[in-house]
Design a protein around this ligand. Structure first.
Ligand SMILES: Cc1ncc(COP(=O)(O)O)c(C=O)c1O
Length: 417
């Protein structure tokens, strides 16, 4: 029976069950194992109010409702619960109703969509922008809209699944380079020499919080005449003097071939957007399935997004506070001698090591103490670097961060000794 614990989600994707409506036979047995079942109970815990820095959660572990300090939310700038954003959503709801009720090219485009796309294109220093109802679909749809069979798609090995799935859909040949390793990227570019090639990177890598080495990547792209696609899901509205993202942080905001962002993180809403030159956007409108064949984003969301963009860019106060909080938390965690990997952003991993057992024991204790900090297990991260992953928010108070660090010290630091 204990052998079952050696398996992970990496082992059950292949399904040879003769009944196509049934999962692999050993998957259910694995899930029902009490220890695996326990690990899964950390998923889908119910938030009972807004994802603020102190929020109420009904725990799957003991069914108790608890007020918890929230270090797991993507609400980096607190915009999902910002009064002006909520007011804007109410106003859009009253004027336009709940849904767009049509694909963008037919009947789903409202004046709000046009306004948002124009503002985002300007913000990203690109000519035009496509809006998607979902971030993952935006990445998939953009890659599938741009690349064709015979093209090359070169990705950093730590790129998000949405980019990989977009590559699969497109039929392009996919090559992966070692994370942020320029020699490895150059090797892949050699293989695609003379072919249409797109290189995908992320501004902030979502599991480690480190930044892309953008100037070096760009130089190689120029050398090999490859185009660059940057996913700024975890950096838009936060990095750069004007919050434009990691490209602006490096002074390269006008050098990106395609710039992608999600609305589900710093914007505090949901959806995705892709900015590029006007000709490519016109082409993608016709060949990117999640745009062409799917309902436009709800006007309620678009109304909220216009306000999120305005609030986050009218001054630097939210991102200044985010970086102040990030520095404060990082210093306290480093004082505790924790391994934070190579983080350079508001995404801070606390690397525990290879023991899944230890990770989940700590996760249980942390939750019971009132801290919402989720464990990240293999295969989401390598088996030797299981971790907790902190998402810092500009809204965290010093008191909340101190309390969180006390819990981390009591549980993680002691647990690692
Ligand atoms: C780097 C990156 N790109 C794209 C996405 C997909 O965005 P969404 O969750 O808004 O669908 C995510 C989601 O976590 C992400 O981390």
């Amino acid at each position: 029976m204990d052998e079952i614990l050696n398996y992970s989600l990496a082992d059950f994707q292949y399904n040879d069950n003769p009944d196509v409506l049934e999962p692999p036979e050993d998957f259910e047995a694995w899930l029902q194992n009490p220890r695996i079942n326990y690990c899964f109970s950390f998923f889908e815990q119910q938030l009972l109010c807004m994802p603020r820095t102190t929020t109420e959660i009904k725990s799957n572990l003991d069914q108790q409702k608890r007020k918890m300090i929230n270090l797991t939310s993507y609400n980096y700038l607190g915009l999902s619960s910002h009064p002006e954003v909520i007011q804007a959503a109410h106003e859009a709801l009253d004027k336009y109703g709940t849904g767009a009720s049509g694909a963008p090219l037919l009947s789903g485009t409202f004046d709000l969509h046009i306004k948002l796309a124009k503002k985002l294109a300007e913000f990203k220093e690109q000519e035009d922008c496509l809006l998607f109802s979902n971030g993952l679909a935006g990445n998939m749809g953009a890659i599938q809209g741009i690349l064709r069979k015979g093209d090359f798609f070169i990705l950093d090995e730590k790129c998000h699944k949405s980019l990989v799935d977009g590559g699969t859909l497109s039929g392009a040949k996919m090559l992966f380079f070692q994370h942020n390793d320029m020699d490895s990227l150059a090797q892949m570019l050699e293989k695609s020499k003379g072919k249409r090639t797109l290189v995908a990177v992320e501004g902030v890598y979502s599991m480690d919080g480190d930044l892309v080495k953008l100037p070096e990547v760009l130089e190689l792209c120029h050398q090999y005449q490859a185009a660059i696609y940057i996913d700024e899901a975890h950096s838009t509205l936060m990095f750069g003097p004007n919050g434009k993202g990691v490209a602006e942080h490096f002074g390269l905001e006008d050098k990106m071939g395609v710039s992608f962002g999600t609305f589900s993180k710093s914007f505090g809403v949901v959806g995705g957007f892709v900015c590029s030159n006007a000709r490519l956007i016109r082409y993608m409108k016709c060949y990117s399935s999640p745009f062409h064949f799917s309902c436009a984003p709800s006007p309620v969301m678009v109304g909220a997004l216009l306000k999120s963009l305005e609030v986050a860019t009218r001054d630097s106060s939210l991102r200044d506070k985010l970086w102040e909080n990030t520095a404060y938390l990082k210093k306290n965690l480093l004082d505790l001698k924790l391994d934070l990997g190579k983080t350079e952003s508001q995404v801070i991993p606390i690397i525990i090591g290879s023991s899944g057992e230890k990770l989940f024991q700590m996760a249980t204790e942390i939750q019971k103490r009132g801290l919402f900090l989720q464990p990240v297990d293999f295969p989401a991260v390598p088996a030797h670097s299981r971790r907790f992953r902190i998402s810092v928010s500009s809204q965290l108070t010093k008191e909340e961060m101190d309390k969180a660090c006390n819990i981390i010290e009591d549980v993680i630091v002691k647990g690692l000794k």
